[in-house]
Design a protein around this ligand. Sequence first.
Ligand SMILES: [Fe+2]
Length: 348
Amino acid sequence: MSEDKKSSVLDRELGRARVKRGFNPSEMGMAPLSLEVLVTGEALPVDFYVPIFREKTKKIEMTLAAEEGEIYKPAWRERLKKTNQTKFFVKVDEGEAINDYFDRNASKILDKDNSPLSRKRSVVKEMANLNLRVLFGSDLSPRALDNSVKRSQDAVERMARDPMILTKLVDVLSVDYSVYSHSVNVSMLGMAFGKYLGFDQSRIMSLGLGGMLHDVGMSKLPGGLGDKLGELTPREKSVMRQHPRLGYKMLLPIGAVSYDVLMIVQHHHENADGSGYPAALPAAKVPLLARIMRLIDEYDQMTSDRPGKPALTPSQAAGILLGDDIALYGPDLAPEFVRFLGSPAFTQ
Ligand SMILES: [Fe+2]
């Protein structure tokens, strides 16, 4: 079993603990990071916590494992590994300090030929994931928004630069569902599928950035609706349908966001038969990259664990894409995507 597969299993276990014991790191304002993202000899940018199950209270509690400023040593890593702690948690409101740490240190891992592929992937995925948590935060200043979009673009460029990062995605995509891990998944899938289709680099990059940003309008929905994972009421559903346009408006003034990316954000919920939103456009009027995002978005939702909806396997999801729902994605596109899922581009 690959390292990445192991971390997916760990995510699942964490998911079960959350369901069983009411453990939800997001509600505590915490985000997970893997040990692999830390660089030996560098000071920790923030406090790090590990979840410990307390017999006495029968609850999982976040316990301080290392303090900001402590120098990260290999022995520390070994100690945590011995206790099966491969992930630690940080406070999301300190995300900017960790993003700065990534900016300073990521190249020490990513530009080294001898860094294991699994570690490079962890760094790129977690850089992107944490940056999205900051990007989805409330009341970002225009400058912070600009910085965050630029960081998303950096992550996409990293993935494009090292072709190995996008190989064997079947084992790499996160199974635990959050809008952040989902956005990183669809970004990676979009780039790999674009490459499979023979797209030029510019369109592959647009699929990557579009995937990262497609749901950013969720952060502008009222009442924390964007964070709600369970079933929505009809009223909530109609509010939720505003997120593509809100995302479009939010990204319109940002120079780094191309027209193709804006179209992905605005039209990633249009259905090929004209039954989607916000504009109910038929396939012929929706830009191809937005149609691809519609398909990949659905695929990733189906193959991730969500409340009350356990993850489907890729082949189960493929069956649905080609079944009655094919009218939503188009008979020209869905079979092509399913062929990609069965190809070495996805599985090897
Ligand atoms: Fe969406």
